[in-house]
Design a protein around this ligand. Structure first.
Ligand code: AMP
Length: 356
């Protein structure tokens, strides 16, 4: 039996690159689809250069691959369904469709019984009429938002006017602003039958972009168990294949689910060195329907993101601390706020590890 496969990855950014590396050392072949010939995955795989929604290119990818996966959730689900007769699509498109639209996402999450911040769907600015400022809320576009884009925190008349404009342009959800004490995430991988979970991760954002992840999260065992239980519930409900990240808020004794990403996630990068299997390893094992290992964290770890403006600081950091693992994704232009790489180190004192 030939157990090595050709895996097609839609999207050749850093997530596609790290997925490809996890696949390649298991003997698989990888082809990625990306609009940029010099994308990060080009370092480790053949690239079909085409827009993500180019059905002819997707078809070509599917014809040449045994299994298809994706590195990001804004892949056109209809186009994927259209090529599903040519290659296996173990993740299906249900979870993709759910995570592409905050209205679907919230309806789905509510149906699983996990807790979320109170919300309502906003179809136009008239749904914001007679606005009550007594509760702080945030308006989010249903589609297309990431890293805080497409969001307005409504604090006063001025931000309400901005929110009204947004609500007249596109479908939105209005949710209560959560006075969280911590943001956390849980990575879970599935093979269609069984699940494996990573330890709860504590996430610190700066300007809405992940800056630092601390593992394990500094929360009580009870809260950690609650978060893991919620992740398990969500993953079970979708008969998860591959890796899924669930982002949550800790507010007092409550855990509220914020959003889900049906793919490996920036907050799980520490797992490459700090766990015996990475979120990319379990993604590849999962989509191939292989047995999944229990995950062990070797020691408490910290991950720092390296953005375009941090390139020199990151180099200086590893000169001073050679036991830290620097990853650079091979992006040619170090633009401001562009994710260029990350650093993972073991540390029992995460507060002592300063962000770049
Ligand atoms: P999101 O795009 O939903 O992940 O939001 C980006 C960031 O905005 C989150 O990581 C939080 O820091 C913040 N945020 C989003 N929704 C809320 C909320 N309901 N309450 C408080 N902060 C929020």
């Amino acid at each position: 039996m030939n157990s090595t496969k050709t895996i097609g990855i839609i999207g050749g950014g850093q997530l596609g690159q790290m997925m490809a590396i996890a696949a390649i050392y298991r003997g698989h072949k990888v082809i990625t689809l990306d609009p940029a010939a010099n994308c990060p995955a080009a370092r480790v795989s053949e690239v079909i250069v085409a827009p993500y929604d180019d059905v002819a290119a997707l078809r070509q990818l599917a014809e040449r691959c045994d299994v298809l996966t994706y590195e990001f959730e804004n892949v056109d689900a209809d186009s994927l369904d259209a090529v599903a007769d040519l290659a296996d699509l173990p993740q299906g498109t249900r979870l993709l469709r759910i995570s592409q639209n905050r209205v679907h996402e919230k309806e789905f999450l509510s149906s699983t019984g996990v807790d979320l911040a109170p919300y309502r769907v906003i179809r136009s600015s008239s749904d914001l009429g007679n606005y009550d400022f007594s509760v702080k809320r945030v308006l989010k576009t249903a589609t297309g938002g990431y890293d805080g884009h497409g969001q307005v925190v409504i604090r006063d008349e001025e931000s309400l006017a901005t929110a009204r404009d947004l609500a007249d342009k596109t479908l939105c959800v209005l949710e209560d602003f959560v006075p969280f004490t911590m943001e956390i995430s849980v990575i879970v991988s599935g093979n269609g039958t069984d699940l494996t979970l990573f330890p709860v991760q504590e996430n610190i954002h700066r300007n809405n972009i992940l800056s630092k992840t601390i593992v394990p999260a500094r929360i009580s065992q009870d809260l950690a168990d609650k978060a893991l239980q919620m992740a398990r519930k969500i993953a079970t409900e979708v008969q998860l294949s591959g890796t899924l990240c669930i982002e949550m808020f800790v507010a007092g004794s409550q855990i509220l689910v914020n959003e889900i990403a049906p793919r490996p996630h920036n907050s799980g990068h520490y797992s490459i060195e700090a766990c015996d299997f990475s979120q990319f390893d379990t993604h590849i094992l999962g989509i191939l329907g292989q047995p999944l290992p229990d995950i062990k964290l070797h020691a408490p770890a910290v991950m720092l993101n390296v953005l375009g403006q941090h390139m020199e600081a990151a180099q200086a950091f590893i000169q001073a601390k050679p036991s830290a693992h620097l990853h650079l994704y091979g992006k040619e232009e170090a633009k401001h706020n562009r994710k260029m790489g990350h650093v993972t180190l073991f540390s029992e004192e995460p507060d002592q590890v300063e962000e770049f």
